[in-house]
Design a binder for this molecule. Sequence first.
Ligand code: NI
Length: 177
Amino acid sequence: MTVREVLRMGDARLLEKAIPVEKFDTPELHALLADMQDTMAALDGAGLAAPQIGVGLQVVIFGIEHNPRYPDAEAVPWTVLINPTLTPVSKKLEEDWEGCLSVPGMRGVVPRYTRLRYQGFDQYGNRIDRSVDGFHARVVQHECDHLIGVLYPMRIRDFSRFGFTEVLFPGEDIADD
Ligand code: NI
């Protein structure tokens, strides 16, 4: 159980492609997930990808009950997703605000596919196959982008809607990262 340092944008490790996990249900994988969970909880994040703590494996976690960083967001089930593949169900894109623990204190409007099928495995090697939409689809796309070295500012089209959270949303109770 360790809260790990989250790498910040500018660190070259965030731009690398992660490699697939080959063995499931190992002590090493469970230890990695425990650290990721502790780190995400300590920073009040909606999700975290292994490369954000310097581990270049295709492992992401996400889940939201009620999160003060996303006060209007619908709930997303707690999920461990390993070796994911994403398939957009429609070509329709939707824009909404995102933040990232690797880009603390900022928010930007990012286009994402509205409907998405994702497949992969949990930490025990059980298959995951879900079709989702809305905020759930957005979170999955954001987290899986970390596995191909993409941070959300690299997806922004309109930089007039990218800035510091406390300037964009003055007086609102949104955590600063
Ligand atoms: Ni992120």
